[in-house]
Design a binder for this molecule. Structure first.
Ligand code: FO1
Length: 314
């Protein structure tokens, strides 16, 4: 079994490649839930839903999040009632949040609710939230401390990030199934998600970083930074304002001691030697995933890299 750690759209794409490349039921994805929010009395888990819709083949291909060909009649009506509409919840997507919230309110833990939704969508992989207890990323900026989706969606990531806190992280615990999966994993793959606000919260859940650190490997990360730029979102600006090098090297340095291998894009081949100096192997491969074939191709390369590291360690 392979365990992937993933955040939003970039992470979901590689998780989908792994899902296509591996036999059924051989993939477990541990997903960031620190982006989660409550809106209209509903619990919304954007990263879990992005991974779930992507693996189910129903994600909106234009945005990477939300559902393909969704309509927005409910949101439009909510707008008429003066409710906020900046977080674009489609009608079908809303059904997910209604179903999830109903089950959570009945006392079912998020891990079990997620398993129900995943099964209903016919996904033959395991999706696990990083914890059942809520954790909320808050972003420190010159405009004040902002809720994550306020920073990310409402303000279009325009503010400079000077710090990040994960509210509630000390009370969070990894689901037992996540610890078991990490212990039994043949390999751990850190998807090309934002290392600060997508992978960062997962590793900050007490016990999770240690579980990765204890694993005998192979543990491999894929850089979300290509040629000094984030493929999506604010990872490049965040790395810079938080004092990290904005490159695949900067990402590898954040994971130093946790991973045995780093996958970087062909555009960054010149960084390989420096990254090896951090005590990890490097695979140079095409990492930009424009279509489902790219996802599978990258997943196959990453899995072969894991196999190579495993054989060399013998
Ligand atoms: N991202 C946006 O940029 N704008 C939106 O209006 C938006 C709505 C949305 C609704 C449901 C959902 O599951 C995700 C949504 N996202 C939206 C994506 C999400 O905010 C981010 O991709 C993640 O939180 C960052 O990983």
């Amino acid at each position: 079994m392979i365990v992937a750690l993933a955040g939003g759209v970039g992470g979901a794409k590689l998780a989908d490649g792994l899902y296509r490349a591996l036999p059924a039921h051989q993939l477990t994805v541990i997903v960031n839930t620190a982006d989660d929010l409550d809106l209209f009395g509903l619990r919304i888990c954007p990263d879990l839903d992005t991974v779930m819709y992507t693996l189910a083949g129903i994600a909106n291909p234009l945005t990477g999040w939300g559902i393909r060909d969704d309509s927005f009649a409910a949101l439009e009506m909510l707008g008429r009632y003066g409710r906020p509409t900046w977080f674009r919840l489609g009608d079908r997507d809303l059904a997910t949040h209604v179903a999830r919230t109903e089950r959570l309110q009945a006392g079912v833990p998020l891990t079990a609710v997620t398993a129900e939704l995943v099964a209903a969508l016919g996904i033959r992989a395991t999706l696990l939230p990083m914890s059942d207890a809520p954790v909320a990323t808050r972003v420190q900026t010159p405009a004040g401390t902002l809720d994550f989706q306020d920073y990310f969606v409402r303000r279009h990531q325009a503010e400079t990030v000077t710090g990040v806190v994960f509210d509630g992280i000390e009370r969070a615990r990894p689901p037992a199934a996540a610890l078991r999966a990490l212990e039994e994993a043949e390999a751990i793959i850190i998807c090309p998600s934002n290392p600060i606000v997508s992978i960062g919260p997962i590793l900050a859940v007490p016990g999770l970083r240690d579980a990765v650190a204890r694993h005998p490997g192979p543990r491999v990360a894929v850089s979300p930074i290509v040629a000094g730029r984030a493929l999506r979102g604010p990872a490049d600006r965040m790395l810079e304002s938080l004092g990290h090098e904005v490159s695949a090297y900067g990402v590898a340095a954040l994971y130093q001691g946790l991973i045995d291998g780093m996958v970087i894009d062909e555009a960054d081949a010149a960084l390989a030697r420096r990254i090896e100096g951090l005590g990890m192997q490097v695979l140079v491969a095409p990492t930009v995933m424009n279509d489902p074939d790219d996802r599978t191709a990258l997943a196959v390369r990453v899995l072969a890299f894991c196999q190579q590291i495993r054989q060399e360690a013998r």
